[in-house]
Design a protein around this ligand. Structure first.
Ligand SMILES: *Cc1c(COP(=O)(O)O)cnc(C)c1O
Length: 419
């Protein structure tokens, strides 16, 4: 049973000041979860989570995570600028991008960020762009093929396709990159890989860690370089559906520890720090999209029109992703109606839910669309001239802080060049 982190009386109060639709974030939930992650990896003295800024790029959220000891993982110029805006610099920033424009390497280097190179050609490109190779630098590895975990009759628990992914270097390229970086003055090397997305399994990080730890031992033997950190990147998932089981981050931390003790410790590499770049896991469940039922339509199906649309949350339209919906005030009412819950875009994929069993919805009901805290607002767009919504932070003391105002038509027209 999925419950919203906000109650109907709380929402009724919020909508008096902020009209729907809006994204709402839960500070208490974000903090508790960040502490669970930290505790799960406390066995590793160098552990650090670099929150993937692209998941929820808002300083109001980033400052909460920074305050919990996280760093920031940036992948574009504006994300680097936002990190700078939050007062973050040096090794509290990881810059993991691909097809990087020169200006982004320049700013990343200026800020002192750890730069994660996506390709062998980036070694030269970085050196030419910033004039030097930093002492600490990271390379992204792509082992190719398919990545699977936990075969069963129903298929694989986790399956993804690194061989079709544009990211990272092949194994021989990784050795070549390390050698070149070493010759150009790099002293402390890191290895990064992202092999599967939104994994609902406690085994993903441990399996990935084992691959990267073994690779680290080989690379040290081949190049003699100091491997300072292993970056497990993102990919730890969340249960979007009510019947799915959440990952247990404590179990995940212990699984990574076992691999660490079996592979790195015997090789005399116990000083290696573990880094993560989680986005979805850090924020997904701690944000929701609040919208209101505004229209009903009875044709070949029963439609509920709401005042949010795919421009506010693209995942259902783009990936067919499931997002749970709670009709506020009817949490315990029987789900005996079948609805398509739709937005107003002139696109038939603008549906938050298709054939969803829900309680009877009345005009004006507030709907909470769950798990929009990561890759929700940030994927928004302006198709059909629909504008991006506000973002609100529900503070620990129950107060509400506007952390981004809703767009206005003036924002939409601001980039036009009129004569
Ligand atoms: C998107 C991304 C992440 C975060 O992924 P999640 O699935 O949100 O955990 C981390 N690292 C890199 C390089 C990414 O591109």
């Amino acid at each position: 049973m999925k419950r919203p982190f906000v109650t109907l009386p709380q929402l009724e109060k919020i909508v008096r000041d902020y009209p729907t639709p809006f994204h709402l974030y839960d500070e208490a939930g974000i903090r508790e979860n960040a502490r669970r992650l930290k505790a799960a990896f406390a066995w590793n003295p160098g552990f650090k989570e670099y929150f993937a800024v692209k998941a929820t790029p808002n300083p109001g959220i980033l400052k909460v995570l920074l305050n919990e000891g996280c760093g920031l993982d940036c992948s574009s110029l504006t994300e680097l600028m936002m990190a700078r805006m939050c007062g973050v610099s040096g090794h509290d920033i990881m810059f993991s991008a691909n097809n990087v424009p020169a200006g982004e390497f320049r700013l990343a280097h200026q800020l002192g960020a750890i730069i994660n190179l996506d390709d062998l050609t980036d070694v030269d490109f970085l050196r030419q762009t910033v004039g030097t190779i930093p002492e600490t630098v990271c390379c992204r590895y792509n082992p190719g093929g398919t990545f699977t975990l936990g075969a069963s009759n129903e298929g694989f628990q986790v399956m993804d396709n690194p061989g079709q992914a544009k990211y990272g270097m092949t194994r021989p390229q990784l050795t070549a990159a390390f050698r070149q970086l070493g010759e150009l003055g790099a002293k402390h090397l890191g290895i990064h890989a992202f092999l599967a997305s939104n994994t609902l399994s406690n085994d993903y990080y441990p399996a990935l860690a084992r691959i990267l730890f073994q690779t680290a031992v080989e690379l040290r033997r081949e190049t003699g370089l100091h491997i300072a950190f292993i970056n497990l990147s993102g990919g730890v998932g969340i249960p979007y559906k009510p019947d799915q089981t959440a990952n247990d981050i404590a179990v995940i931390g212990q699984g990574v520890r076992r691999a660490f003790e079996e592979v790195l410790v015997p090789a005399g590499m116990e000083d290696v720090a573990i880094f993560t770049e989680l986005g979805r896991y850090m924020l997904g469940p701690y944000g929701c999209l609040v919208t209101r039922a505004t229209h009903f339509k009875h044709t070949y199906k029963e439609y509920v029109g709401v005042d949010a649309c795919a421009a506010n949350l693209m995942r259902p339209a783009m990936y067919g992703a499931y997002h749970h919906i709670t009709v506020m005030g009817k949490e315990d009412a029987p789900c005996d109606h079948v609805y398509d819950v739709v937005g107003g875009l002139c696109e038939n994929n603008d549906k938050f839910a298709i054939d969803r069993m829900l309680p009877q919805i009345d005009l004006g009901d507030l709907l909470v669309i769950h798990d929009t805290g990561a890759h929700g607002f940030s994927m928004g767009y302006q198709y059909n001239g629909r504008l991006r919504s506000a973002e609100l932070l529900l503070r620990r003391d129950g107060s509400v802080q506007l952390i981004r105002r809703a767009e206005t038509p003036e924002d939409y027209f601001a980039t036009l060049v009129l004569d």
